[in-house]
Design a protein around this ligand. Sequence first.
Ligand code: NAD
Length: 423
Amino acid sequence: MMHAPAPEEMNVYQNAEARFEVAAKKLGLEQGLYKYLKYPNKEVTLYIPVGLDSGQLEVFTGFRVLHSTVRGPGKGGIRFAPDVTLDEVRALATWMTWKCAVVNIPFGGAKGGVICDPRKLSRGELERITRRYTAELSDWLGPEKDVPAPDVGTGEQTMAWVMDTYSMHVRQATTAVVTGKPIELGGSAGRREATGRGVMICCDKALAKLGIKRDGCRVVVQGFGNVGSMAAKLMQAAGYKIIGLADIGGGLYNEKGFDVDAVIDWVHTQKKPLQEFSAGGTKMTPRDILFQPCDIVIPAAIENQITEQNANRVQARILCEGANGPTTWQADAILDRKGIFTVPDILGNAGGVTVSYFEWVQDRQGFFWRESEVNERLKDYMENSFDQVVRYSETHGVNNRIAAYMLAIDRVASALRLRGIYA
Ligand code: NAD
């Protein structure tokens, strides 16, 4: 009988810590550096007063965690969701440090969040939450300090409000304070597709490594937001066959394959439930889609989807993580035993932050690149990082996830040794 996973398995911060500890030990990281990197640099809780459309005053709770600025300014998204916790934001901030180091871009790690349900708030209410959150953080944020980006529940419009509010405070237009902006405000070509494109590049590399053909390769994607829908769309265009899709409302499996553009139109333009897609398929829960027969499974929704209780049900040859933290650390060993080739989140979804880095560079240069240039540079970064992670894994005899952590921790620790500790 299935039973609910133990609560500690579901704590994303403990998940992040568990991998950090294994990797740090394998690396032989000095005790002092270990302690320094284990804890965030600083974190803040904000109580955000906002006038609702009803005329009532509500107070929302928000967080910003700066995990590290050792390799550059903090970088990390802002999440608007009802279940945001400080532990989650801390885990996500830590992952950003490692992710930026895995793809070798000059950023540290940060993350933010506000406890709210964006689906139940008006545009005006969301704007006021965003502006007050940004205003409260105006001393923390900045192109050289901490650079937010979108995450679950926030998007280009939110980033435009962050940019405007910050610019009003510092009294100059400062596009580089935030990434994932609309193109008209200094956003980068290719940013919207970047995380999904990065997922595809990793899948291409994993197939090449395992000697599997791309044409007709069967793919299941959980999550049909920015990451999931873009990954599915780009992968289908490249020859993959997308046979399973899911969002929060449910999953749909169809061995004949989906026309992803038609599903995007159905879900995002016509606003109809994914599960009711006209071409049909077998309906199932959003979780069960992960355990259907396929070659590649891509969790691209939320945390804690593959756990100790269900990992042995994964049938794919390759697991490529588009979401942050979709696999608990207890599940890793089971996936390893099953011989599943895992592309861990801090590599698999790093395409987004890589193009965010390009956006920040372009804003600071005041010179913008063609989309083809962005995509070409992204491919270069992702392929090199993939190769380095796999090489680390083979050299040290560890799985890809621990290899990615080791590579990242090694890079941050080297920078830290060079800088020294200011005390
Ligand atoms: P999004 O809000 O655009 O989409 C989330 C999708 O997940 C939606 O389709 C939603 O219906 C679905 N979903 C939510 N709960 C679900 C559940 N219980 N079961 C199945 N589906 C569920 O978010 P996004 O930007 O696509 O982010 C998805 C994940 O990728 C998050 O973990 C995020 O941190 C990570 N990520 C995003 C980016 C980015 O550039 N957007 C970059 C790196 C990592």
